[in-house]
Every structure is written in C-alpha cells, then in structure tokens.
Design a protein around this ligand. Structure first.
Ligand code: TXA
Ligand code: MG
Length: 326
C-alpha cells in the first residue's frame, strides 16, 4: 500500500487535508495524526473491520483495548454511561492528556474495547486531531502510531519509519508538546478511582479536583489494562537506568554508548542529550531513543528523574518500562 503523507498547519489545519483524511477513515482506512501527547494511529472506532487493521498494522495483541478519541462531550453520551465523576473531570479538564475508563454501551464493537465491558475515552488537546474527529463524524480509535513495543512516535519521521506502506495516510503535524501518553484512570467506581497509567496529566491535579487519592489497581484491574502489562517503549538497543549519586552502569566500558538525562555524568558518553527540566525530558525521551538507535550506539543510559511530581511520575514509568523493569 502506498501511504499518502500531508504536512499540515497544526494550529490552523487546512480543510482539504482534513476532509481527505476523514474520508479515508469513514471508508474504513487508517490515518496517523498528531495529538498533544504522541501520534495516534486512527480508525473509525465503530467499525470493527477498520479497528482490526489497527491491530494488524501495529502487531498489537488483540486483548489490548484502544482509546476512543472524541471532539465534544455530547459524543461521549452515545458511547458510555457517564457518572458524576466523569462529568466533572470532562468539564474541568478536557481537551487534555486525560483518558477516562467508563462503562461501555453496546454501540462500541468488542474489538475496539478488547472484549471488556468498559471503554477508554479521551478528548485530545490538538486542533488537527479535533478537526479530524469532527470531520469524520465518528469517534476515532487510536493507539500510539508505533509498532507494538517500540517507543511511541512524537514526530512525523518516527511515524513514517514504523508505518510507511502499512496505512493509507500520515498527517505531519510536526513535533508533539507532551511527549508521553495520556494519564489513564478508571472511574467506573467513583469510590475507588484507579490510576491505570501515569502520563501527561499530573496525579496531583486530578487528586485536587477529585478531593481524593487515586488508588493503585489490584491484579484483577491490571489484567483489564493490558497495555501496562507488556515491556514497552523500548528502542532496539539496550536501555540502562542511572540514578544520580549512584554508581554509573558498567556499560561505559563498552565503546559507543549514549546518555540522556538532566545532568551530565562524570563518565563521558559518546552521544548525549541533556534536558533543562523534566517537562522537556518527557517531551524528548522517545525521540532520543529513536535517534540513538538510528545512530547505532551500542546502548543508552538514561537518568532516573529525582522528581516524581507532575509529569515526573509518567516519565519514570516510561523509563522503567523501556529498561524492562515492569
Ligand atoms: O496519549 C495517548 O493516550 C495516546 C494518544 C494517541 O491519544 N494513545 C495511547 O494509546 O497511548 P495506547 O493504545 O498506546 O494505550 C492505551 C492504554 C493501554 O494501556 C490500554 O491497555 C488502556 O489504555 N485501555 C484502553 N481501554 C481500556 C479499558 N477499557 N480498560 C482499561 N484500560 C484500557
Ligand atoms: Mg502505545
């Protein structure tokens, strides 16, 4: 399949590009598009055949459910049962890197929700994504637009690398702002709200709005969020984690290792990316993995961020998964 690519003005998307992409989606095809977190690989969420192609293109296990992306709150009503917590969070935060797991209505094909009786919904904070969902007139199911297990794509080149010739179209909206995926919480039981995946929306902000702590899912709930089960986000070269103040991983004795983090280590790396704060670290992590892999470094050492607040929690999660620790 020849993949069409189109460069778009992210803040003021050209209508011709949006309507072409929407037509492909309505006809059951796949379109990769930018969101504020990472690029998504989109399909009509209500078309089980189209959704099947998403799993095939990514090589994703079919029990790992997709997030349905919406452009307005009315659309959510058709898809899931909205409780007071959902209402409050949607009104307060959306569009945002916040995905809500709610009780699904039957209109959502089982394939989209991995056979579960719940579904994950999110309104992305990106004008191109919102225009595309609106023009399509359906919710768009979209996992990150990478091959399963690889770092999520945060720019056009990364999507092209993984998806060229596998899907109908890629929209090039430049680099994303957040760089790691949305925070996923399960609000089906308002008494016990579960943090399924830390991400772009900080825990502290959610807990302040809800006036309660987010809880750790038990094993039963973890099974229901299979995306958190597999080793994930890893480049094709080994990833080692370094905590500042602790011994530097022995890999520096090998030739040609790369380093990424907030502080320059005493050991001199052959390739290095330094970030001035945790936000920029999160934004650049996945692109850094892909760059070092392409430049054929033997491995990459990443600094463990000391600060677990804000996006730090999500960043730590991605780093430990890339290092194979979860
Ligand atoms: O920022 C994001 O969330 C990006 C952009 C494209 O929106 N999307 C994304 O999708 O990261 P994906 O498929 O890579 O991750 C979706 C996560 C997985 O961990 C999956 O297991 C979980 O959401 N999930 C989806 N539906 C669920 C459900 N009904 N119950 C529990 N977890 C669910
Ligand atoms: Mg993903």
């Amino acid at each position: 399949m020849t993949t069409i690519t189109a460069k778009i003005n992210k803040w003021n998307p050209e209508p011709e590009i949006i309507s072409k992409a929407a037509e492909i989606l309505r006809n059951g095809g796949l379109v990769a598009f930018p969101t504020e977190t990472v690029y998504g690989l989109g399909a009509d969420a209500l078309n089980a055949e189209a959704v099947k192609k998403v799993y095939e293109a990514k090589g994703r296990p079919s029990d790992n459910p997709l997030i349905l992306h919406v452009a307005n709150i009315e659309q959510v009503n058709e898809l899931v049962f909205i409780n007071d917590t959902a209402e409050k969070l949607m009104k307060t935060f959306w569009p945002a890197p916040l995905t809500l797991v709610m009780k699904a209505k039957n209109i959502i094909p089982l394939r989209t929700r991995g056979g579960l009786d719940t579904a994950a919904i999110r309104m992305p904070d990106n004008p191109t994504a919102l225009a595309l969902i609106e023009a399509t007139g359906r919710p768009i199911a979209a996992p990150s637009a990478n091959l399963s297990g690889r770092p999520s794509p945060t720019d056009f080149e990364s999507v092209f690398n993984d998806m060229n010739n596998k899907i109908e179209m890629i929209i090039d909206g430049g680099s994303v702002e957040v760089g790691i995926e949305s925070t996923v919480i399960d609000i089906t039981n308002p008494e016990k709200i579960l943090m399924l995946r830390p991400g772009g929306m900080p825990r502290e902000i959610l807990e302040a709005a809800l006036q309660k702590k987010l809880e750790v899912p038990d094993d039963q709930s973890k099974k229901k969020s299979p995306g958190t089960r597999y080793k994930h986000y890893a480049p094709d070269i080994p990833v080692f984690i370094w905590k500042r103040g602790e011994k530097f991983p022995e890999v520096y004795k090998k030739n040609n290792f790369a380093f990424m983090g907030l502080h320059e280590p005493d050991i001199k790396a052959d390739g290095i990316i330094l970030f001035n704060d945790v936000k920029n670290y999160a934004r650049g992590l996945f692109a850094g993995f892909r760059k070092f892999e392409k430049e054929k470094f033997s491995c990459v050492v990443v600094e463990w961020p000391e600060d677990n607040s804000g996006i730090g929690e999500g960043l730590r999660d991605r780093i430990s998964r890339a290092g194979g620790k979860s």
